[in-house]
Design a protein around this ligand. Structure first.
Ligand SMILES: Nc1ncnc2c1ncn2[C@@H]1O[C@H](COP(=O)(O)OP(=O)(O)O)[C@@H](O)[C@H]1O
Ligand code: SF4
Ligand SMILES: [Mg+2]
Length: 408
């Protein structure tokens, strides 16, 4: 049975100038013990979706659909139940979370706090658990006696991972966990995350703009564009044989982890993602698509079956993609389209666009907490206090781990 099921999830932010449809009709499943990667350019709705999963969005966000965690809808849970679920079931790790540590409290107190507050451990048990957690993220147990200012940024980020693991969550949502790292450290961190989730049988949703990182980490991939999932399927197949032109460009834009050759020829995508308040008609991707048909600008697009356990929102996965308006006048012939979009990354001929814009600005800036701390009245690692954006709000960052025993 699925641990997490998203059914037609949409998120709309209300802003002074109108409504921002940041996530539109997303349906996805995550099996227990599985890792799902969510990819897409900056602004495609990845962080909004991640925060919606545990109702961590600011109050100006309206969420519709169903988010079933073990069959129970997170969106209709009462506050007390939601708080318990956040602690017992899921943790969120955001970019730059190390800034969230309370500067005047020792590391060990901050890691132990959720265990003690929720009655999960006695003081002695909590001490042992803290030492164990620090070891797991590559820090010696004595570091627990330190204050945050005595640790490097990398060490503080590891502490945040230890905090995310503290209550033995079944699900970890990691939003751009390695974006700020250089390539060597990134690979070490990814190895560590992978081993931690495998060792503990934790399910994971990992978010990144880098499809190659996700392909190396996750069982399945979902590619988002303009708030929608445009392709999903087994990660190797989506990465190496994308059926949607956008996923194909995305997989060509980043080097394959561990493959020096692919680093030499990363190719990008021209143009910018659309403004969610002014989405193109028909297929949202059509203004940037080099294989668009005339009808793509107006016809309804669905996530059509695109192979075993795969779906793609592109007319070219249909047996007969062309509509009458796509045929050259009088000829009755279908115009040239791609014979096969599944021939892997690197097929795009036009110049590199900019896919390297990074994770984008978090909607409500600043510090991260494990999910349970988000406005629930119990705060760990909150230097400035979570919940400023409302009862369900959390601020986010990305904690980072390094596997080396002692770090700078
Ligand atoms: N708090 C907010 N208020 C209004 N718009 C927001 C807010 N947070 C995000 N957005 C908008 O929602 C869209 C998706 O943002 P986000 O989820 O951060 O994307 P990603 O994580 O893929 O970069 C963007 O257009 C962004 O500007
Ligand atoms: S539906 Fe049309 S515009 Fe959209 S990705 Fe496919 S070919 Fe391109
Ligand atoms: Mg983001």
């Amino acid at each position: 049975m699925s641990l997490l099921q998203l059914r037609d999830v949409s998120v709309t932010y209300r802003v002074a100038s109108g409504e921002v449809p940041a996530v539109r009709g997303v349906s996805l499943d995550l099996a227990a013990g599985q890792a799902l990667g969510v990819a897409g350019e900056s602004g495609s709705g990845k962080s909004t979706l991640a925060m919606a999963l545990l109702r961590l969005l600011p109050r100006d966000a309206r969420v519709t659909g169903e988010i079933l965690l073990d069959g129970e809808d997170v969106l209709t849970m009462k506050w007390g139940r939601l708080r318990a679920v956040r602690w017992a079931s899921a943790s969120v790790v955001f970019q730059g979370a190390q800034h969230a540590l309370n500067p005047v409290r020792r590391i060990e107190e901050q890691i132990a706090e959720p265990l003690l507050v929720h009655g999960k451990a006695t003081a002695a048990q909590a001490r042992r658990r803290v030492a164990e957690l620090l070891e797991q993220v590559g820090l010696p147990a004595w570091r627990g006696r330190n204050y945050p200012h005595e640790l490097s940024g990398g060490q503080r980020q590891r502490v945040m991972i230890a905090m995310a693991l503290a209550c033995s969550p079944r699900l970890i949502i990691a939003d751009e966990p390695t974006t700020a790292l250089d390539v060597m450290i990134q690979a070490q961190v990814l190895t560590l995350i992978r081993s931690l989730i495998a060792e503990h049988g934790i399910s994971m949703i990992m978010i990144s703009h880098d499809l190659s990182v996700l392909a190396s980490m996750c069982d399945r991939l979902a590619v988002m564009y303009a708030g929608q999932v445009v392709e999903h399927g087994p990660s190797r197949e989506v990465f190496a044989g994308a059926r949607h032109p956008y996923s194909r460009a995305l997989s060509a834009a980043f080097p394959t982890v561990g493959d020096p050759a692919s680093r030499l020829a990363p190719r990008g995508l021209a143009g910018d993602p659309p403004d969610p308040m002014h989405l193109p008609s028909g297929c949202s991707f059509h203004p940037r698509c080099d294989v668009a048909l005339p009808s793509c600008a107006s016809r309804p697009i669905e996530l059509w079956p695109a192979g075993e356990e795969r779906r793609a929102a592109c007319v070219h996965v249909l047996p007969d993609p062309a509509l009458p308006e796509d045929l050259p006048a009088g000829s009755g012939e279908v115009p040239d389209g791609p014979e096969d979009l599944s021939n892997g990354p690197g097929g795009r001929a036009d110049g590199p666009g900019d896919l390297s814009a990074g994770p984008g600005e978090p909607p409500n800036g600043a510090h991260a907490v494990p999910a349970g701390a988000g406005g629930g009245g119990v705060e760990i690692g909150t230097g400035t206090g979570a919940g400023e954006q409302g009862a369900d709000a959390v601020e986010h960052d990305i904690p980072v781990m390094r596997p080396a025993k002692e770090v700078q």
